[in-house]
Write a protein that binds this ligand. Sequence first.
Ligand SMILES: [Zn+2]
Length: 268
Amino acid sequence: MGRLKESSPVIPLLLLLFPLLLHHSLTKVLGESESTREGNAQEIHCSRERSRAAWQIIQDYLTPFVERERYQIPNKCRLHPDNDLYRDQEQHKVHVDVYEWKCGYCRKSFNEEKFLDQHFATRHYNLLNTTGTKCLADLCGALHCDFVLMSSKKGKIKCNPAAAAKNRHLCESLANTCFPVSQGPAASRLHEHFLRQFCDAHTCTGKNKPFPRGGKKKSGVFYLAVSILTLMLLPLFYLLVFLHQREKRTGTQVLRRIVKTGKKTKPS
Ligand SMILES: [Zn+2]
């Protein structure tokens, strides 16, 4: 009984402290899992931004030609969509509005794309298949990502002959694995196209520019704007013609009236 009396004030105290202790241990566990998540996210040495740039270059300067040839890029080719580490996550980006980006996995909203990127890196890193070499950013040297990324920043890239030779080698190996000449005429044409479009510019002479054969036609928007403008201006043109004609008619009528009244007054 004496013992119970002694311990009795301890029990309410423990009861009081319990939620606090629970909260402390929970945050500790959660904090640890959060930090391990971030740790795992940092383990991936593949730039999301550069992978995206490489993907865009492939879409703009290669895919239209591949589609025209109705050619199927083999899986072992590093340009194949399956070999892009971030492809699945990029496809789960929902651009709702200018300032609204939604996560396609959990529907969480962000007002900038970079915050959604961070969310993918910390919350959905487990969806990334990091086995094997699937980093598109690794092909950036061959695909001229800097040329595209820097041209928007107006910076001059200094040419390094050793780096140019290395990139040329990578570029040619891509041409060989993605478009093997032995696969037939379509593959041969695309092989040739790839060399001209991407590999020729890997020199320090500055003679060859990347993507000499052009890319995806972006004139669609221009034609749409011109046709909308024409449709808007056409009624205005007819209105002007109509007004002009009417003015001409009333003018001649007034003239006729003047002539008539002039004739009537003359004989008297
Ligand atoms: Zn999410």
